[in-house]
Design a protein around this ligand. Structure first.
Ligand code: MLT
Length: 403
């Protein structure tokens, strides 16, 4: 008889952003005259920039001619893109990488989830709380998280990120093997300085742990003390894998392109993780389409840089509109200065879902309840800065009137 992976049966409810989307759709259906402004999932709204569109058009034309047509590409990504990533995202910050340490993929979400394939289920995994739910759910699916009891997975090590500790995780007090860190943080929007990250490198080196560093929001960093890459810290190549994405940097959420860095120096018991990840990708992944990789390459051209930075600045301006509006009405507000996310304390100790429902039902603005990111997210909601400026302002007006 067939047996299913019953770890899936242990997962509570549906994926956070599906639940939120369903609630928003149900409201919209019931209230067609009240257009919802979505500040829930972090999905971009600005169109792809002209430099990217031009590159895509050219690549489409290449696919139309026998001499330039491409079939399967390298699973790890074309050299032109891997080399551009090395040069513009790393060498420019004094980080030396080889092109074969870069693995181009269809998303940081997929890579953060798939990376578990190369680790034993016996590892002890540490996650921040609140946290991007993909890290937790994919470990649960793999059987690495144990059982879900009282809103906690029995085998995960939770690192509470609270207002009291500036939403910074504290070093584990027991030995853990894999540590997920995400800075600038999703969901709190808080960024970590080099000084704050250094103890994690030291911990990982001392305890032979691996750090899975999600840096998908690095383009939003405005503070010069905040590193864009974990590899700006000495010794990080020995202990960390880094995930990056074109989704938020260049508006690729629907276009799909990202990459993961697995340095050769990163070894577990003498085995290079680079080789294992390469084996995994070659077996289970057939590469990102040529057209999309040419589009991603164009992000690094001078025009591409200028145009994508303008979009990032546009979203950061929305973030400050949200911060100012919520602060004006007396809410405690975090994030939004080096990240597109604003983390706001609910008024009068209202529960996250209760506040989410109130805002949705009474103002037709969609947010994400903090409790959906983990038990320590209770009492918060997350808003994203990815709407248009007009919608951001309109949403803030509606919330101001309500509160
Ligand atoms: C989020 O809203 O947390 C992210 O956009 C989700 C994602 O990137 O998968």
């Amino acid at each position: 008889m067939t047996k299913i992976n019953d770890n899936y049966l242990k997962l509570p409810g549906s994926y956070l952003f599906s639940t939120v989307a369903k609630k928003i759709s149900a409201f919209q259906e019931a209230n067609p005259d009240k257009p919802v402004i979505k500040m829930s999932i972090g999905d971009v709204t600005r169109p792809l920039v002209p430099a990217v569109i031009d590159a895509m058009h050219k690549a489409v034309d290449e696919m139309a001619a026998a001499e330039t047509f491409r079939g399967y590409g390298p699973e790890q990504g074309y050299d032109f893109l891997r080399n551009a990533i090395v040069k513009y995202d790393y060498a420019s910050r004094g980080i030396e990488l080889e092109a074969d340490e870069v693995f181009v993929s269809d998303g940081a979400k997929s890579d953060c989830g798939n990376i578990g394939d190369i680790f034993s289920v016996d590892n002890k995994v540490a996650v921040c709380d609140p946290v991007y739910p993909v890290y937790v759910d994919t470990n649960a699916m793999a059987g690495r998280a144990g059982d879900y009891i009282d809103e906690h997975w029995s085998n995960l090590y939770y690192m509470p990120c609270l207002a009291e500790n500036g939403f910074m995780p504290q070093l584990p007090t027991e030995k853990v093997d894999i540590i997920y860190l995400c800075f600038p943080n999703n969901p709190t929007g808080v960024a970590a300085t080099k000084e704050q990250l250094k103890p994690w490198i030291d911990y990982a080196r001392e305890n032979k742990a691996v750090i899975l560093y999600d840096s998908a929001y690095e383009a939003f960093i405005t503070n010069p003390d905040v590193p864009h890459s974990i590899y700006e810290l000495e010794g990080a190549k020995e202990v960390a894998i880094e995930f990056r994405s074109f989704s938020k940097t260049a508006g690729f959420t629907g276009t799909r392109c990202a990459y993961t860095i697995v340095p050769h120096e990163l070894k577990v018991n003498g085995t290079e993780l680079n080789g294992l990840w390469n084996r995994r990708q070659c077996t289970k992944f057939n590469g990102v389409p040529y057209i999309i990789q040419r589009a991603a390459e164009a992000v690094y051209s001078p025009e591409g840089q200028k145009q994508t930075k303008e979009n990032v600045a546009y979203y950061l301006n929305n973030a400050s509109i949200i911060r100012n509006a919520l602060t004006d009405i007396g809410l405690e507000v975090y994030g939004g200065e080096n990240a597109p996310y604003i983390w706001a304390k609910t008024p009068d100790n209202m529960g996250s879902w209760e506040f989410f429902d109130k805002i949705l039902n009474e103002t037709a603005v969609g947010t994400t309840p903090g409790a959906g990111f983990g038990p320590s997210g209770e009492g918060y909601v997350r808003l994203t800065a990815f709407s248009s400026k007009e919608n951001t302002e309109a949403a803030m007006e509606r919330i101001k009137k309500l509160l």
